[in-house]
Design a protein around this ligand. Sequence first.
Ligand code: B1M
Length: 208
Amino acid sequence: MKDFSVLKQTVKAGKVADVRRLVDEALGDGTAAEEILNGGLLAAMNEVGQLFKRNEVFVPEVLVAARAMKAGTEVLKPHLVKAGVKAMATAVIGTVKGDLHDIGKNLVSMMLEGSGFAVVDAGVDVAPEKFVSLAKEHSAKVVGLSALLTTTMPSMKGVIEAFRAEGLEVKVIVGGAPVTQAYCDDIGADGYAPDAASAAELAKRLIA
Ligand code: B1M
């Protein structure tokens, strides 16, 4: 396996132009796009996730690293498509009905992408029917629900009921500051994660 330490460091530092250049150079050296993706970009994002989990870096650092990772994946995209590399699975994510908070949801979305998922971001204030229709349309394996208000948490239950009523085989994961494992168990969600990095790990575990 090629040494991707410089690329990883550059992603973590959020240096967009340098990440693009390093990815280009690696492609020019004949390194496979998939190897650059997994060994460089996603590995860097995974390390950022772990640091974030341990409170060793904070939201701004995660956002700049995610932006750099995205810039690198854009350079890789045509090569990945040509090589037939597909995302591990699709995840639909959104903030539930009545709730406009999206910073945590966006972090979860980035961590999911950084873990190899194709992510469909439904946005904020998302009604149960919208989660269901997007999951159907994109054949999602995971649906992520975020809520930051105690008043909007009950909407999560509505989403789960809507999925169960349709008999769709998706794993529904929940999170957000007021959400707990006990609440997750209570509403019958498939999993709860306290932070963005754990959410991505949970999603991967659930579809393994
Ligand atoms: Co609002 N807000 N807010 N707010 N806001 C809170 C949540 C609040 C705790 C503040 C307070 O009173 N101390 C309080 C909720 C009280 C409660 O319900 N118990 C509150 C309130 C009351 C309100 C309004 C009602 C205020 C008003 O208008 N009177 C209003 C509601 C609007 C609405 O949604 N309908 C409102 C509005 C807003 C702003 C628009 C001003 C803004 C949101 C901007 C935006 O998101 N684009 C805002 C903000 C910024 C906050 C605080 C200050 C910060 C939230 C945040 O982004 N945190 C918040 C107080 C606080 O938390 N200190 C507060 C950072 C983010 C990274 O953390 O989202 O928790 P978080 O995400 C974490 C984890 O929770 C987890 O991973 C993330 C990172 O590791 N996670 C998941 C999140 N989603 C996940 C999903 C998963 C797994 C993990 O699986 C799918």
